[in-house]
Design a protein around this ligand. Structure first.
Ligand code: FAD
Length: 489
């Protein structure tokens, strides 16, 4: 194995050639008094010299990571970089911001991303606000429904949210919002797949599609009608009879008499968002991201159109740019900066059942759309989730909250696991009335919002991250953000 080292010191070599590939160490300017353009020119000249010493040149560049201490220098750096990169030979580039994540929990993914249904589901991208929703909401006021619960409260923000939600319940708004949401979901799934291919993250991923089941012909017929918008936008959704459902998911074999059929989206997938997020956090640490866990954000210091510091119970943090991604809490803290974020918590419940030696657990995830119960296999566990409850920021749960989801799962998959040994959890979906998230700077040029992904936040996560990075770098995002930039919905 031929290895050649260049500019070798006691600690590191500036370049190492191994076989046909040359690896360069991080290159810094010699003169920090120069402006961003001058420093970039100096760095690129040093890179040219190293490549030449190793017998290579910039036309063969595969990948570059660029670290900037201040994003305000982005345009100046790029003006030099763009002239330097040979035409047609642009490398993979990674932006190297210095990032600090502040989170009140002791580890990543301890709140909404902790135990959701795990479905990466463009095939379920229909918005909640639809012409059918007002009737369902009205009925939920008069019974303790397990699927949708609206607890009357004096919170004016809940009423403002509900009024705006009702305004989005027209046919036209529902089509518009679903189309936008689907675009982001599909883009996001591609971003997830690219990230997994690049990093090898393990998170009990299951490819092969998701199944959306219906218990009666009326429910199935209505789903076929309503999902036409997804098909019109290019998503593959197959209508299956009960036997077809059992072919796709053999664990349904004993339940075919209980279903009228289903919609199968072969490109949908699933995985444990908590495992994914924990793995990603570890990866980010190796790239230099700092995590300040157990730190609660309480406010901000701003001056004019810039945020200068974030205030926490463990001191102040200064930065050039800030990201507001606090799920439902974004609305509360955003108010301190004069932001009106229409994000309201909608509580959901989940149970996780150990599969152990039981042979009847499903392989593919799905939703019993008549009972509104989602299920998903995550390795040796079966995750069940249900209920959309408007009860403010309360995250408590009682055994009765899990009755319908457990009964539904037992009915469909009687031998899926040790149902009596399930573990329970409840959390808050950060919902917008439109069903689409909110991005971009708001009132402050250097505070970037990434929130409101609602009931599809795992599906939209990786795409939302890319959108955020593009907005921060001043690039045009690759996905249509109509109605998703702050204040444009
Ligand atoms: C029951 C249920 C089932 C779901 N199923 C699916 C599904 O199948 N597919 C799908 O795509 N989506 C699903 N979702 C939605 C998805 O889980 C959420 O949209 C997503 O997890 C939201 O991610 P987030 O990063 O915005 O929020 P979180 O994961 O909650 O992250 C926000 C972070 O902000 C931190 N934070 C908040 N306030 C403060 C503060 N003041 N100071 C410091 N830190 C703070 C929290 O500690 C938390 O870590 C489901 C949600 C629920 C509740």
């Amino acid at each position: 194995m031929a290895i050649k080292r260049f500019e070798t010191g006691t600690r590191l070599s500036m370049a190492v050639a191994h076989g046909n590939t040359v690896y360069l160490a991080g290159v810094v300017p010699d003169d920090y008094s120069l402006d961003a353009k001058g420093q970039t020119e100096q760095i690129l000249a040093k890179i040219d010299k190293l490549l030449s010493a190793a017998g290579s040149d910039k036309t063969k560049m595969l990948s570059a990571t660029i670290w900037l201490t201040d994003m305000r220098d982005f345009a100046d750096m790029n003006s030099v970089w763009d002239k330097w990169v040979p035409k047609g030979c642009a490398p993979l580039a990674k932006e190297g911001h210095r990032v600090t994540v502040i989170d009140r929990q002791p580890t990543a993914a301890s709140e909404t991303s902790f135990a959701n249904a795990g479905l990466v589901a463009p095939g379920h991208a229909l918005t909640w606000a639809s012409p059918r929703a007002p009737k369902i909401l009205w009925k939920s006021l008069f019974r303790d429904d397990q699927a949708l619960r609206l607890k009357l409260s004096a919170d004016p923000r809940m009423w403002a949210w509900c009024l705006r939600f009702l305004g989005n319940c027209t046919e036209a708004a529902s089509r518009r919002n679903t189309t936008r949401k689907l675009g982001l979901c599909v883009y996001s799934q591609q971003a997830l797949q690219a990230l997994v291919a690049e990093t090898g993250l393990q998170y009990d991923r299951q490819e092969g599609g998701l199944l959306y089941l219906h218990r009666n012909p009326a429910s199935l017929a209505s789903a076929i009608r309503n999902s036409a918008i997804l098909r019109d936008n290019g998503l593959r959704l197959e209508t299956l009879d009960p036997a077809g459902c059992a072919r796709v998911e053999p664990a349904l074999a004993s339940a075919t008499a209980k279903i009228a059929g289903g919609l199968y989206c072969p490109t949908d997938e699933s995985g444990d968002s908590r495992l994914f997020t924990l793995g990603l956090a570890e990866l980010c640490k190796t790239l230099g991201v700092a995590f300040e866990f157990g730190t609660t954000i309480t406010g901000f210091v701003s001056a004019g159109d810039r945020v200068e510091q974030v205030l926490t119970d463990r001191g102040k943090f200064a930065a050039d740019n800030f990201v507001l991604a606090l799920a439902s809490e974004s609305a509360i803290l955003g108010r301190k900066l004069g932001l009106a974020l229409p994000v309201y918590p909608v509580k959901g419940y989940s149970a996780t059942v150990p599969i152990n030696n039981h042979g009847g657990a499903p392989t593919l995830g799905g939703v019993d759309d008549t009972n509104l119960v989602a299920y998903c296999r995550m390795g040796d566990r079966l995750r069940l989730t249900a209920t959309a409850e408007f009860s403010g920021y309360d995250k408590t749960h009682r055994p009765a909250d899990f009755g319908v989801m457990l009964a539904t799962a037992r009915d469909l998959f009687p031998d899926a696991g040790d149902y009596e040994r399930a573990s329970y959890w409840a959390c808050l979906r950060p919902m917008t009335p439109e069903g689409t998230p909110i991005f971009g700077p708001g009132r402050h040029k250097n505070l970037f919002i990434n929130t409101g992904q609602g009931h599809m936040g795992w599906t939209m996560a990786c795409g939302s991250g890319r959108v955020l990075a593009d907005l921060m770098a001043g690039r045009k995002p690759e996905v249509d953000l109509a109605g998703m930039l702050y204040g444009t919905a």
